[in-house]
Design a protein around this ligand. Structure first.
Ligand SMILES: [Zn+2]
Length: 550
C-alpha cells in the first residue's frame, strides 16, 4: 500500500470513528490516570481552594495554561494570550424609573419607591408600552405537583402579573420557596414576557452606612450595563388596586385568595396598558479583576471553522477559612460547610466542584488537539468566579473573544466526579440539564452520542424538571450562554455530602466515572463539530424531567 493511499484511508477512517487510530488524542486519550494527576495538583491544599482574586486561582490558571501550550492549542484570550481579563464591577444605582398605568380613561404614574420597586440593575434607559397585560395567578408551574399557571400560555411581549407570597396550597412549601423567587425571571427570560409584576416582599432595610466607610454597592456585575433588560418589578396594594380597578375580579378578593393558597384565575386585563420608563444611572465604585482561560482548536472545514462548539467548566472554588479555630472547634467565618470531625481542615479543595470539570476540559482540549480534528472549531473556556455569581461566563457571553453568534452549542461541565448523594446505585448515572430547552436536535445528538459509547451512561433528566427545587438550570455557567439563545447542555453527577464542604477532596473522586463522562462530552462535541448545520433552535422548553431516563 502506498503512503498516499494509506493517508487517504486514515483520513477516511478518522472521519467515521473518532480517535481509534490516534494514540495521542481522540476519545481514548481521556483516561482516569491523567485526570487524577491533574486534579491531584489543582485540588491540593497548595492552591488554597482556588477562590477568585487569590494566588490559588492564579496558580491554577498557570497550570492549565502551561498544558494548553504544550498541547498546541491556540490562545484566544486578550492580546494573543490564553487569559481574558474579567472586569467585576461594583455599582451604585440612582433610579428615576416609573410606570404609568392606564385603566380605561384613568391614568396614574407610580414612581420608584412609591408603590413600585425596580431591580437595582434595569439596563439601558428606555421607554416602552405594554398593551397586553395578563394576570397569571401565582405565576408558577409545578408539573410534579400537577399544578400549572403557565402551561400552554403565550406571554410573549406581555406584562404579566402574579400574586401570592407563599404559593398555592397544592404545592409543598419547600418546593414553593424555590419557585416563587424565580417567577419574574422565568416569565421574562424563559417565556419572553416584556415585564413581570409581583407582590412586594417584606425585606429588612439595610443598615445605614457609617461615615467614612466605603459605599455599599447595589449590585456586582460582569455584564454590559447598557444592555436591554426586561423589568421584573414588585408593587404594593395601591398599585394593584388601581391595576385591577376595572377587572372582573377585585384585587382584595384575589389577594385574600392568594394569601390563603386558594386557586386563582388567569385572565387578561382588558383596557389596561402600562408605560415603562426605565431610567437609572450607574456609578461604578469598584472594579476587581480576575481571569478566564480561553483556547481554540481550529476546525478543518474552510467555512465551518468560523463556527464553534464551546466547552466549559469553572476553575474557581470557594477558597479557605481566614479565621482561626476557636476552643469551641468553630471558626468565626468559613466559606462553606464544615464536615463534622474535620473542623481543623481550613481548605475547601473543590475537587468535584469544579476541579472535575476543569480537568475534564483539559482532557478534551488535548483529545481534540492531538487527535482527529472536527470540521468546526472547538472553543474551550475555563471560567473564573462561578461561585460568586457566574462572573466569568457572564463576562465572556457579553464580551466574547469569538463572535457569540457563531457558537452553535455550549457544553458545560460542573461536578462530574461523584455519585449523587454518595449512593453506589448512582455509579452509572449522569444528570443532564437544559439539553432540550433550546434545541431538541442537540438533546437528540447527545443521546445518540451516549448510545455510541462502549458502556453508555444512564442519562437522567430529573434536574431539568422545571419544578426541580434546586433550579440548577440557572445556577452554573451554561446559563450565561443560554440567556443569549445558545443551545446548552449542563453535565453533572449531582450533589453529595461534600458539596461546598471542606471535604470535597480528590480521595473521594470516582476517576473511571469522571473519564467516562468526559468521553461522552467528547463524543457529543465531536458530532456537533462535524454537523453540516448548527443544531436547530426550536425553543420548546424543558420537556425531559423527573422520571425521564435514557
Ligand atoms: Zn460548581
Amino acid at each position: 500500500m502506498s503512503g498516499k493511499r494509506f493517508v487517504l484511508m486514515l483520513a477516511l477512517v478518522a472521519s467515521l470513528s473518532s480517535g481509534a487510530l490516534f494514540a495521542a488524542g481522540g476519545r481514548d486519550s481521556i483516561t482516569p490516570t491523567d485526570l487524577r494527576e491533574w486534579l491531584t495538583y489543582l485540588a491540593s491544599d497548595e492552591l488554597e481552594g482556588r477562590a477568585v482574586y487569590t494566588e490559588g486561582l492564579g496558580l491554577a490558571a498557570g497550570y492549565v495554561q502551561t498544558h494548553l501550550q504544550s498541547w498546541g492549542l491556540s490562545p484566544r484570550g486578550d492580546s494573543g494570550g490564553f487569559l481574558q481579563t474579567v472586569r467585576v464591577r461594583s455599582v451604585k444605582t440612582t433610579s428615576r424609573s416609573s410606570v404609568t398605568v392606564q385603566v380605561g380613561k384613568e391614568s396614574r404614574t407610580f414612581k420608584e419607591g412609591d408603590g413600585i420597586t425596580f431591580p437595582r440593575f434595569i439596563g439601558a434607559k428606555r421607554s416602552f408600552t405594554t398593551t397586553r397585560v395578563e394576570f397569571a395567578g401565582y405565576g408558577v408551574d409545578a408539573p410534579g405537583a400537577r399544578y400549572s399557571d403557565l402551561a400552554g400560555k403565550d406571554y410573549k411581549g406581555a406584562a404579566v402579573i402574579f400574586l401570592g407570597t407563599s404559593g398555592p396550597k397544592a404545592i409543598d412549601a419547600g418546593l414553593a420557596r424555590g419557585l416563587l423567587g424565580g417567577r419574574g425571571r422565568y416569565l421574562t427570560n424563559q417565556m419572553g414576557a416584556a415585564a413581570a409584576i409581583g407582590p412586594a416582599q417584606v425585606t429588612a432595610q439595610p443598615a445605614a452606612e457609617p461615615n467614612g466607610r466605603p459605599v455599599r454597592p447595589d449590585f456586582v456585575t460582569t455584564q454590559r450595563i447598557d444592555q436591554t433588560v426586561s423589568p421584573s418589578v414588585t408593587a404594593n396594594d395601591a398599585f394593584f388596586q388601581f391595576l385591577f380597578s376595572r377587572a372582573s375580579f377585585r384585587y382584595d378578593d384575589l389577594k385574600r385568595r392568594a394569601d390563603a393558597g386558594e386557586s386563582l384565575p388567569g385572565f387578561r386585563l382588558d383596557g389596561v396598558t402600562i408605560t415603562w420608563n426605565l431610567d437609572a444611572d450607574y456609578q461604578v465604585i469598584r472594579t476587581q479583576l480576575t481571569q478566564n482561560i480561553v483556547a481554540v482548536l481550529e476546525g478543518t472545514d474552510p467555512e465551518l471553522k468560523d463556527t464553534y462548539v464551546a466547552v466549559g467548566a469553572h476553575y474557581d472554588h470557594v477558597g479557605y477559612a481566614d479565621t482561626e479555630l476557636g476552643e469551641d472547634q468553630k471558626r468565626p467565618s468559613a466559606p462553606g460547610r464544615v464536615t463534622v470531625g474535620r473542623e481543623s481542615d481550613r481548605i475547601w479543595n473543590g475537587a468535584d466542584d469544579d476541579g472535575s470539570g476543569t480537568v475534564a476540559v483539559m482532557a478534551l482540549a488535548r483529545a481534540f488537539a492531538q487527535g482527529p480534528r472536527p470540521r468546526r472549531s472547538v472553543l474551550f473556556v475555563w471560567h473564573a468566579g462561578e461561585e460568586r455569581g457566574l462572573l466569568g461566563s457572564r463576562y465572556f457571553a457579553d464580551f466574547p473573544t469569538v463572535p457569540i453568534t457563531k457558537i452553535v452549542a455550549q457544553l458545560n461541565i460542573d461536578m462530574i466526579g461523584r455519585n449523587r448523594d454518595d449512593k453506589a446505585s448512582e455509579a452509572n448515572t449522569l444528570y443532564l440539564v437544559g439539553s432540550d430547552r433550546i434545541s431538541t436536535e442537540l438533546h437528540d445528538i447527545n443521546r445518540e452520542a451516549n448510545r455510541g459509547l462502549d458502556q453508555p451512561l444512564t442519562l437522567d433528566y430529573e434536574m431539568n424538571d422545571p419544578a426541580d427545587p434546586e433550579q440548577v438550570y440557572f445556577r452554573s455557567d451554561h446559563y450565561s450562554y443560554a440567556a443569549k439563545g445558545i443551545p446548552v447542555i449542563f453535565f453533572t453527577t449531582g450533589m453529595h455530602q461534600d458539596y461546598h464542604a471542606n471535604t470535597d477532596e480528590v480521595s473521594k473522586i470516582e476517576f473511571p466515572k469522571l473519564a467516562r463522562v468526559t468521553q461522552l462530552v467528547y463524543e457529543t462535541a465531536w458530532r456537533l463539530g462535524n454537523l453540516d448545520h448548527a443544531p436547530a433552535r426550536d425553543f420548546k422548553g424543558p420537556r425531559a424531567g423527573r422520571g425521564t431516563r435514557d
